[in-house]
Each structure stands twice: as C-alpha cells, then as structure tokens.
Write a protein that binds this ligand. Structure first.
Ligand code: SF4
Ligand code: SF4
Length: 187
C-alpha cells in the first residue's frame, strides 16, 4: 500500500472547515481500510481514502490540497458503499477540490484544468465527450502534441468518438449541475 502521508501535527480546524455539521461522518472513521481496499483508483491515488480521512482529523490541510489524490478520485462511491460508518469520502474530496481551486499551485494546474473540462463536458453532453474535452484541455494547457501518438489507437478501439454522445439524460445532468452551483452560491 502506498503511503506518502506524514503526520506532522494534530489540529481539528480542518475538520471544522470541511464538515462543520458532521454530515460526512468523518469523525466516525474506524480506520478499518475497507474503503481503500475497494477504491477503484487506489493504485493511482498516492494517498488512500482512509488516509485522507485521518489527515483531515489531523489538520493536514497543505498536504491534502497539494495532493494528486484529490484530483485522481473517480467519484465512483465504492468507498461509501463499503464503509460500515457511512463516511462520505467522495463528498469530502469534492470539498477539498473546492478549497484547492481557490488556492492554486503551479504544479497541479494541469490536473485542475483537466477536471474542469471533464465536468464542463459532462454538463454539456450528459456524459464525457472525450474528443471535445481533450481539445479544450490541450488548448488551455498549450500542450497540443504530447499525446498525439495514442490518438489513432484510441480512435480504432472506440475509446474516443469523433462526434459528441447522444445522451437522453443530457438535460437531467445539466439540471443537476445547475442545482449544485445554486446550492454552493447559497452557502
Ligand atoms: S471504510 Fe469507513 S470506517 Fe473504514 S476506514 Fe474507510 S472511511 Fe473509515
Ligand atoms: S469515490 Fe474516489 S475515493 Fe471513493 S472509491 Fe471511488 S475513486 Fe476511490
């Protein structure tokens, strides 16, 4: 198991910022590791879900906000479904992403841009339109040629489609995005 987390201080102020009403059940975490064992992105995260929860309780704000882990999570909710205490790690990660966006650092800018474009694509098409998303991502990062060699293979395997997806749920997905934005503004 990868573990790049180092405990340097104990401070519950981050827990207060991220979960003031205790809605995410972070303080109930047993550190049993069931979430991390089932995490679909565990090989990429660097910091595992149960470690993230503990780092929040320890106030390790800088370490979490500068981590790759918060941008690697696929929001698949496997961790919550396996958790005996119903700790809502994906919601925690969403809140960490919001915090990280307002304190940008240079080295994570590409990850944030990718995340932004992925969400925009989901809102517009009801699911990710990979070709369009990558086009905008590449323009914004001015990194036009780095993945060009993979493009024909992805096209041949059907992993990337020329035309946007036709999704029946398009309007419903867009409404969900609008509601989330309104709820955030109202806070
Ligand atoms: S499964 Fe739940 S209780 Fe167990 S470590 Fe993960 S978050 Fe904590
Ligand atoms: S929601 Fe994120 S942290 Fe939870 S299992 Fe999926 S990828 Fe892992």
């Amino acid at each position: 198991m990868s573990n790049s987390a180092t405990i340097t201080k104990i401070d519950q102020s981050l827990l207060e910022k991220l979960d003031p009403k205790g809605e995410l059940n972070l303080a109930s975490c047993l550190q049993c590791g069931r979430c991390s064992a089932g995490c679909t992105m565990r090989l990429e995260m660097g910091i595992l879900p149960h470690q993230m929860n503990r780092m929040v309780l320890l106030g390790m704000e800088d370490e979490l906000l500068s981590s790759k882990a918060i941008w690697t999570c696929a929001s698949c909710h496997t961790c919550v479904s396996r958790c005996p205490m119903k700790v809502n790690t994906p919601a925690l990660i969403d809140r960490l992403r919001e915090m990280a966006k307002s304190a940008p650092t240079q080295d994570l800018e590409k990850i944030r841009t990718f995340n932004d474009e992925m969400l925009k694509s989901m809102k517009l098409f009801g699911r990710v339109y990979e070709m369009g998303m990558m086009g905008f991502y590449k323009m914004r990062t001015r990194d036009l040629f780095s993945d060009l060699a993979k493009f024909p293979t992805m096209l041949a395997k059907g992993k990337m489609k020329i035309f946007p997806p036709r999704t029946r749920a398009r309007k419903a997905v867009s409404t969900i995005f609008d509601r989330v934005h309104r709820a955030r503004r109202a806070k």
